[in-house]
Design a protein around this ligand. Structure first.
Ligand code: NAD
Ligand code: ZN
Length: 376
């Protein structure tokens, strides 16, 4: 089958790989019809992870079940399913608590598994014609009859819609509160959108990419351009002294193609932008520090910020992978009943063989490349 594989820093290619197949009785095989490129793929694409050459990328997957293992009883051939990016067993101590982003049964050194992801197990990705889904009764979200009509909305349930929602949950967004979101990438836009769904009175989105800021405005948020600094003062003014809640949706940024000076992290800005005793949710990814010889590529796990400032403001910070399953059934209902339309961020729908160009443009932040859906 054809798949998009990692070949080294900034190099991916579509090539023939061994067919995905049922390996355990609890697996199903899915023919992928939509699979997104994510900001998280860029950590691997840019070469700062342990991703092995030849592995298939892709953790935001949706498709049709074409084969089921003997031990599967809920999922049927023909079901259209969206697959949460977390691979979870459903029965370990963390999965039982709903913390499916931290499954203890996956084949990974750290808790939590994902398709096509370094540091999170050896599961193949779904930027391919077919995908093997482990513990399929647990890991498939079966979609309703409008699955095909709203496929570009439902595929956002694999990761970024629940992840944006998770940021607002970690930050503790309640109706009537003000929220500042750092980052207007797909995840930040979904955090802003989720804040509105949760009844925020005011949503401010900070970035310096004009096209992404325009999308934030289109969704009803106030865009704050941080190109020339002064954004924190602007936020304090608009929120009368600090937003109630803040979301970090940037994570480690290796570079900025347009020469914009990216600070080591947005945490100081968040601590300054959120009011005393407010809440901050961090979903941006900072990869673990390598204990070996530090290189430019393994420093990103350290997150320097003014802990003292945060402590004196009594703010709470929560962070981590989104537990997609905790939210995606409810978010699917919002899509089904026309209460949410996360596909407003989709900029490109492309066949799988255009993936290498799409990675290049998304990584370089070429104007207008916000969210790419590959259609194998
Ligand atoms: P992205 O790289 O497309 O978006 C990041 C945005 O941040 C860009 O628009 C960039 O211009 C902006 N930015 C850079 N520096 C900034 C700064 N100092 N202030 C404000 N904005 C700044 O990525 P994405 O797909 O939106 O993902 C964002 C982060 O979320 C990544 O780190 C990704 O790995 C992470 N993520 C986490 C989870 C999770 O479960 N926790 C899931 C998905 C993605
Ligand atoms: Zn993702």
């Amino acid at each position: 089958m054809k798949a998009l594989v990692y070949r080294g820093p900034k190099s991916v290619a579509v090539q023939d790989v061994p067919d995905a197949r049922i390996e355990r009785p609890t697996d199903v095989l899915v023919r992928i019809t939509s699979t997104n490129i994510c900001g998280s793929d860029l950590h691997m694409y840019e070469g700062r992870t342990t991703m092995e050459e030849g592995r298939t990328l892709g953790h935001e997957n949706l498709g049709e079940v074409v084969e089921v293992g003997d031990g599967v009883d809920r999922i049927r051939v023909g079901d259209r399913v969206c697959l949460p990016f977390n691979v979870g067993c459903g029965f370990c101590a963390n999965c039982e608590r709903g913390q499916t982003g931290f499954c203890l049964s996956v084949d990974s050194d750290t808790p939590g598994g994902a398709y096509g992801f370094a540091e999170m197990g050896t599961y193949a990705g779904g930027q391919a014609e077919y995908l093997r889904v482990p513990w399929a009764d647990f890991n498939c979200l079966v979609l309703p009859e409008d699955a095909q009509e709203k496929e570009n909305d439902y595929v956002m349930l694999a990761d970024i819609f629940p992840t944006g929602y998770h940021a607002t949950e970690l930050a503790g967004v309640s109706p009537g509160e003000s929220v500042v979101v750092y980052g207007a990438g797909p995840v930040g836009l979904m955090a802003a959108y989720s804040s509105m769904l949760r009844g925020a009175s005011q949503v401010l989105v900070v970035d310096h990419q004009p096209d992404r800021l325009r999308l934030a405005e289109k969704a009803g948020a106030t865009a704050i351009d941080d190109s020339d600094g002064g954004h924190v003062e602007k936020i304090l003014e608009l929120t009368s002294g600090g937003a109630d809640r803040g979301c970090e949706c940037v994570g480690y940024q290796a570079h900025d193609a347009d020469g914009h000076e990216t600070p080591e992290s947005t945490m100081n800005d968040l601590v300054a932008s959120v009011r005393a005793t407010g809440g901050i949710g961090v979903v941006g990814v900072f990869l673990p520090q390598d204990d070996g010889a530090p290189t430019e590529l393994t420093r990103q796990g350290k997150l320097p910020f003014d802990f003292g400032q945060m402590w004196f403001k009594g703010q709470s910070v929560r962070n981590g992978q989104a537990n997609v399953k905790a939210y995606n059934r409810q978010l699917a209902e919002l899509i089904h009943h026309d209460r949410a339309k996360p596909s407003f961020i989709v900029s490109h729908e492309l066949p799988l063989d255009k993936a290498p160009e799409a990675y290049r443009s998304f990584d370089d932040r070429d104007a207008g490349w916000t969210k790419v859906i590959l259609k194998p």
